[in-house]
Design a protein around this ligand. Structure first.
Ligand SMILES: [Zn+2]
Ligand SMILES: [Zn+2]
Length: 165
């Protein structure tokens, strides 16, 4: 599987510590709801932290089925991750939502391949700037936005005929 996640906190923040910080944020959120970071919930977090891809509910279930995790546990944990704002959704080529951990990662948008499902992360400072300017002019205060572009990735695009053939 190709890695999809491109943007992470600076290297000196350390990826190992990053995983710990993600766990801490989730644990704090669960505590507010009188819930605990159970082994099962921790396993779901670990799947996200090691996969480095945008994962659907089904992906997580398939990866953890062997550990005895049920669909309901996966579903509920993903809901909690979303509510805690640790996870955010992206629309995949099949229409189902794929999730990614957002903590400390810079804002980015997504290019989604309709053929192989690959999701490429991209940052567009120029577009973000134009967006802000236009909205300011219109007196519209943006809360958040998502750009999702659907198409074919480099590997799935038809190749132009080779020179000389
Ligand atoms: Zn593709
Ligand atoms: Zn992403």
């Amino acid at each position: 599987m190709k890695k999809e996640l491109s943007y992470f906190p600076k290297r000196d923040a350390g990826r190992r510590n990053y995983a710990e910080r993600v766990r801490q944020v989730f644990q704090d959120y669960l505590a507010l709801k009188d819930l605990r970071l159970t082994k099962q919930r921790e396993k779901i977090l670990d799947v996200f932290l090691s996969a480095e891809r945008h994962l659907s509910q089904d992906d997580v279930y398939r990866l953890l089925k062997k550990d005895g995790l049920g669909r309901v546990t996966v579903y509920r944990t993903l809901k909690l991750l979303e509510e805690s704002r640790l996870a955010e959704g992206v629309t995949s080529s099949s229409g189902e939502t794929r999730f990614e951990i957002q903590l400390e990662r810079p804002h980015h948008d997504h290019l989604i391949c309709v053929q192989c499902g690959y999701i490429k992360e991209i940052r567009w400072p120029e577009i973000e700037k134009i967006q802000k300017q236009v909205c300011r002019k219109l007196g519209f205060s943006i809360l958040y936005h998502r750009h999702e572009l659907f198409g074919r990735c480099k590997d799935c695009s038809p190749k132009p005929p080779a020179a000389g053939s």
